[in-house]
Write a protein that binds this ligand. Structure first.
Ligand code: HPA
Length: 309
């Protein structure tokens, strides 16, 4: 039974896990510069690593790691060299979510392991729903900021004793999304001839899930400045920023979030009532399917960004 991660964990468990991985890797792979977290349906990113040098660990084998319980999120950590510049990289295939019942310390545990291994850049990917017409299904959002709704009510991965070896008690998040990396993302998209408008900056609203948002919640998020909404990425980003890792957030818009008022139709007006039936509620299978469909674009984008680093 691996040691359990809980609120108030000590530096010791992080060291145990980092040593566990280091001992099983060649010196070249044991000091990755880039870490990538694959979101829903985007696990194929792991294929960008050179096969010959790849080393994989199942989450169950790694001390302190929990398991991913979500369909579409396999659970393994892969180390390898990525792109023409052979960037030493670690990829999380499958991530942990708040809605799985894990606490935020468990969810963000890998980030501090990455820090101890020497990671300087974290690329977080994920699926998200669109809160605006401009963000079409299939578009890619380069995160420029976020709104953490759980954060408003005291749910934050940094709550508890501060681990000063990793970072300050009160870290700033006003520059959480590294500007140079965002520029590189757009340079890479241009290089790959992505259609204009299919990739743009986005403000991400984080909700705990697992239920998708109501129409009224979606209107609220839209009116407060959110572009897209999802159930991941933000806890990892907060912990990465706390320990001085540069962050790039890339999301794939997998669906449109229904925002119109449910009860504005005249119930006696047959045509208006029929129009409602046109709006199909979001479902997880479609979110995954879209991820799989666009995985190649995301994969090429990340590979090209890394070649620009
Ligand atoms: N809402 C929240 N999370 C999501 C969505 C959504 O519409 N799509 C993909 N992840």
């Amino acid at each position: 039974m691996p040691p359990q991660v809980s609120n108030g964990e000590t530096d010791e468990l992080f060291t145990v896990t980092a040593d566990y991985l280091r001992k099983r890797l060649t010196p070249e792979l044991s000091q990755p510069k880039v870490a990538i977290i694959c979101g829903s349906g985007l696990g194929g990113l792991v294929d960008t690593l050179e096969e010959t040098d790849k080393v994989e660990f199942l989450y169950e084998e790694i001390p302190g790691f929990v398991s991913s319980t979500v369909p579409g999120h396999a659970g393994k950590l892969a180390f390898g060299l990525l792109g023409e510049n052979k960037m030493p990289t670690v990829i999380m295939v499958g991530r942990f979510h708040f809605y799985e019942g894990y606490n935020l310390n468990q969810i963000t545990f890998p980030i501090r392991i990455f820090k101890l291994l020497g990671v300087e850049i974290l690329i977080v990917t994920g699926a998200a729903g669109s809160l605006r017409e401009e963000f079409a299904t299939g578009d890619i959002g380069v995160l420029s900021d976020h709104i953490s709704i759980p954060g408003f009510s005291g749910i934050n991965p940094l709550i508890g004793p501060n681990l000063t070896t990793f970072g300050p008690r009160f870290p700033a998040l006003s520059d959480a999304y590294d500007y140079d990396l965002r520029v590189k993302a757009f340079k890479a998209a241009r290089k790959l001839n992505f259609t204009t408008g299919s990739i743009k900056e986005a403000i991400y609203c984080f909700l705990g899930g697992p239920s998708y948002e109501t129409r009224a919640e979606a209107r609220f998020l839209n009116s407060m400045g959110g572009d897209v909404v999802g159930m991941s990425t933000v806890p990892e980003i907060i912990v990465a920023k706390h320990c001085g890792i540069k962050v790039l957030g890339l999301i794939l818009v997998t669906n449109q979030v229904i925002r119109n008022k449910a009860k504005s139709a005249d119930p006696m007006d047959y045509q208006q009532m029929m129009n409602y039936q046109d709006e199909k509620p979001v479902n997880h299978e479609e979110v995954i399917a879209l991820g799989v469909l666009k995985a190649l674009d995301m994969k090429n984008l990340i590979k090209t960004i890394i070649e620009l680093i």
